[in-house]
Design a protein around this ligand. Structure first.
Ligand code: GLV
Length: 327
């Protein structure tokens, strides 16, 4: 008998087909976002699950489904998983790193540029029919080339953005991270490690690329925004909750910073109503990894993990590899 697997959201038909060849698959063709009780019920009898960031898997979900052996997340971030709860129960968790790094770095850089050069705000002006003449100060923004790029969270994606800034746009790169990069990693991009206060004070364009955890909750709030230059921009492609969105909306409205670019939001898909009314913010619906090729690669990697974990293979990208072989 084939192991039973839940595919919790709609995915590429080819990925589903591949999983059906190995497993007895329950899919979600209507792409319903399951409530916790629904998720618990759907997971009954399943040995594995294919999830996205919208499914929260915690101790309660795992305890209700003790037969579950692996959950493969189609995302690099896994703040929707309670990893200690997985590990103590011997359940494997996997994610999709690397395959999305360059695509996400492209988007982070693009969002930062769109923010600095006021692309969304000026497009809205044009669409409203308000463009009647040229003016010397119409939508003047701030330069990206040669400016100081600040990166908070210098993992793979942060380094990708830094590389684009330093090598493509002659930016001066400063960063803060839990751990400092090696000299070999810093040298090609001329990246300078600084403390958080220096990063906030010196960055012309600050980009957030750190994982969400209780420690990174509201890492950027009113006090941090107050330390930034009034001409600075802030770009968040990391996770909602890292920025205090209400405090950011107030800072944008009062022009305490120049502009923000946001791909992620506290409580998304809801967006803080004040962010919807301030003009100097570029808003996108959590699409930093969204190219066809990258989303395919993410789906395939999540499937690789699921197949390997349930067929005695070696899952390529485990989050808690210490549980492998324990059950
Ligand atoms: C997207 O946000 C991801 O974590 O892959």
């Amino acid at each position: 008998m084939k192991p039973k697997v839940l595919v919790a959201r709609s995915v590429f038909p080819a990925t589903l087909e591949r999983l059906r060849a190995q497993f007895d698959v329950e899919d979600n063709p209507d792409d319903i976002i399951y409530s916790k009780p629904q998720l618990i019920e759907r997971l009954h009898g399943k040995a594995g699950a294919f999830t996205t960031g919208s499914e929260r898997i915690d101790a309660e979900v795992l305890d209700a489904n003790p037969q579950l052996r692996v959950v493969a997340n189609m995302a690099v971030g896994y703040n929707n998983f309670d990893i200690p709860a997985f590990t103590v129960r011997g359940v494997l968790a996997t994610n999709t790193p690397d395959v999305l790094t360059e695509t996400t770095a492209d988007f982070g850089f693009a969002l930062m540029m769109a923010t600095a050069r006021r692309m969304a705000e000026s497009e809205h002006f044009l669409r409203r029919g308000e463009w009647t003449r040229w003016a010397y100060d119409m939508f003047t923004g701030s330069d990206v080339h040669g400016a100081t790029l600040g990166i908070l969270g210098m993992g793979r994606i942060g380094q990708g953005i830094a590389r684009r800034g330093a090598l493509g746009f002659g930016m001066n790169v400063i960063y803060h991270n839990r751990s400092r990069l090696s000299a070999e990693q810093e040298a090609p991009i001329g990246a300078r490690y600084v403390d958080k206060a220096t990063l906030l004070r010196e960055a012309d364009h600050l980009v957030l690329v750190l994982p969400y955890s209780p420690q990174s909750h509201h890492v950027i709030g009113a006090a941090e925004l107050a330390q930034m230059k009034p001409t600075a921009t802030l770009t968040n492609i990391a996770r909602g909750g890292i920025v205090d969105d209400a405090a950011l909306a107030a800072a944008l409205r009062e022009r305490r910073i120049a502009a923000a670019g946001l791909d992620v939001f506290e409580g998304e898909p809801s967006v803080h109503p004040d962010l919807l009314t301030v003009p100097n913010v570029v808003l996108t619906p959590h699409i930093a990894s969204a190219t066809v090729a990258t989303r395919r690669a993410m789906a395939e990697l999540a499937a690789d993990n699921l197949v390997a974990a349930l067929t005695g293979g070696t899952p390529p990208t485990p989050i808690n590899p210490e549980v492998i072989g324990r059950r």
